[in-house]
Design a protein around this ligand. Structure first.
Ligand code: ADP
Length: 503
């Protein structure tokens, strides 16, 4: 490549040369000038003056090496470039150049050989551009990319070979830039993915859609794997031709592990819950059928015991009568246990039809039917109504009232107060307080479990199921229950149920 002119350009006065000179003189962004074959500046344009600060008078006649840093001059760079242009026709270079005031600028330089008609070298054309700004911007960008540690950011050429590499990439994938630049990016994929054509698919998708995003296993230099999230974007030139790809990869192994751990944990929990539900259901069914089946032999025991007393009572001595009484007491107790257990089991299964119930009305009715005298009183808002299943609520109140009367101090007249108030938001609180023996705080929590009792049957009779029914009943009706007490100073058992909205 070279420029041929029809005359000796350096001395000619032809018209087209004047036009050409006029054009060159109007260019301000490029330094355009001619050198003699020896490298002496022969012409100078305003662009050259603007870039290098010399006026035409100052520079014409000087060797062009004045534009080079001393180091380059010592290394023979000016001569080397002219030699290159002489031999190949054109020499292009980027590097630091020096202005008249000694300041530097980053230049793109193109030197073109000029031959006359006979092919004899008559000089060089030199075009210089100031790329300081662009270089600074590129450097800023490179520094930015390089300072990113958490992301591997690198570029590929159009066929997938690595062309740049940041420190994040080195950190994540363990290759140094010089080890990986020039290698194909499929190096980072697992053999299975390579076989399945994954790397090609990634580049194809990015090219076709302008974007590729995905997650998958990638391989580090030492062969270990990490779970990565990647984004690939095609890089196009001004003519929209594909020149390469930029690829951003993040190591999200920890996040993936955490998610998997969570997933496993929740699956385990689900299994446990299912297992527990199954066991509960089996237990319920079992206890129901056992309780049911126990009733027939129980009736036989009771029946034959009373037959024995009635028919053969005169033949039995007092000790036999005492044993008989023990048998009858035990079977009565067993009967109660079975009845309460059945009731408790039933409460877990049946559908409860809910209705609006005025609590004080229900309580008064219970008292009239079950307790005479003044020992139980009802207080509070007589209009408060709950949404409840009447038979269950009745059973719960009876259990609480009978406990309040039962667990009494020997020397105190029993007294139970039922207080009906508004509880937590949207709830009605029914509190049953007594003046009885009270409960140690550490025992309060467990009393609502089936068969939990703090006393022997001889001391206070009972089955240990009453409070379990209160708990299950309140929960099934969308409420809750609890107890407060001080030993020796009475107890308060409470139930909260959803308030029934006035019609
Ligand atoms: P039961 O009354 O048949 O024993 P519950 O489930 O109703 O069974 O009560 C469980 C236990 O809680 C009782 O045995 C008793 O020890 C304790 N308890 C219940 N209510 C009271 C109360 N009002 N005062 C003191 N202790 C109580």
């Amino acid at each position: 490549m070279s420029t041929r002119v029809s005359t000796n350009l350096l001395g000619s006065e032809l018209r087209h040369e004047r036009i050409f000179r006029f054009m060159v003189d109007s260019v301000r962004d490029y330094a355009i000038f001619l050198l003699t074959p020896e490298g002496i500046v022969a012409t100078w344009n305003p662009g050259a003056e603007r870039l290098k600060h010399y006026t035409a008078d100052e520079i014409i006649g000087q060797h062009f090496s004045v534009f080079y840093p001393e180091k380059d001059i010592l290394a023979g760079k000016p001569e080397y470039e002219l030699k290159g242009a002489t031999e190949v026709g054109r020499f292009e270079d980027e590097g630091w150049r020096i202005r008249k005031d000694g300041s530097r600028f980053w230049a793109n330089v193109v030197i073109t050989r000029i031959l006359d008609e006979r092919g004899k070298l008559i000089g060089f054309g030199k075009i210089t551009r100031d790329l300081t700004e662009r270089r600074a911007a590129e450097q800023r960008y490179r520094m930015l990319v390089d300072s990113v540690q958490d992301y591997s950011i690198f570029s590929l050429d159009a066929t997938g070979y690595v062309t740049s590499w940041n420190s994040g990439a080195q950190r994540i994938k363990q290759y140094a830039a010089e080890e990986i630049i020039g290698k194909h990016f499929s190096t980072f994929y697992t053999p299975q993915d390579i076989e399945a054509g994954m790397p090609e698919r990634v580049l194809r998708t990015a090219t076709e859609t302008g974007h590729y995003e995905g997650e998958g296993w990638r391989v580090r230099k030492d062969g270990t794997r990490f779970w990565s999230s990647i984004v690939v974007t095609p890089i196009l030139d001004e003519d929209a031709r594909l020149v390469g790809f930029s690829k951003v990869t993040r190591d999200i192994t920890d996040r993936k592990k955490l998610l998997e751990e969570l997933q496993r944990h929740s699956e385990e929990l689900e299994l446990q819950v299912a297992e527990r539900e199954r066991t509960n259901a089996e237990l319920e069914a079992f206890s129901y059928s056992v309780s049911h089946d126990l009733r027939a032999p129980l009736r036989a025991i009771e029946g034959f015991a009373s037959a024995l007393r009635e028919d053969c009572g005169s033949k039995l001595d007092p000790a036999a009568h005492e044993y008989l009484q023990q048998i009858m007491n035990a079977s009565t107790r067993m009967n109660r246990l079975v009845r309460d257990l059945l009731e408790y089991g039933r409460l877990g299964r049946v559908e409860l039809s809910m209705q609006s119930i005025r609590v004080s009305q229900l309580a008064e009715k219970l008292l009239r039917e079950n307790y005479s005298g003044e020992k139980v009183v009802v207080q509070g808002d007589s209009w408060l109504a709950v949404l409840a299943h009447e038979p269950t609520l009745t059973q719960m109140l009876l259990n609480l009232i009978s406990n309040g009367l039962k667990f009494q101090k020997p020397d105190t007249a029993p007294r139970v107060e039922i207080a009906i108030t508004r509880g937590d938001e949207g709830m009605v609180r029914i509190a049953v307080a007594d003046n009885g023996i009270g409960i140690l705080p550490q025992h309060l929590g467990k009393l609502f479990r089936v068969f939990e009792r703090l006393h022997g049957v001889e001391e206070y009779p009972g089955t240990g199921i009453g409070l379990a029914i209160v708990k299950r009943g309140s929960e099934r009706m969308g409420g809750r229950c609890g107890a407060e007490s001080k030993e020796g100073e009475g107890s308060t058992f409470w139930v909260e149920l959803p308030e029934a909205k006035a019609k």
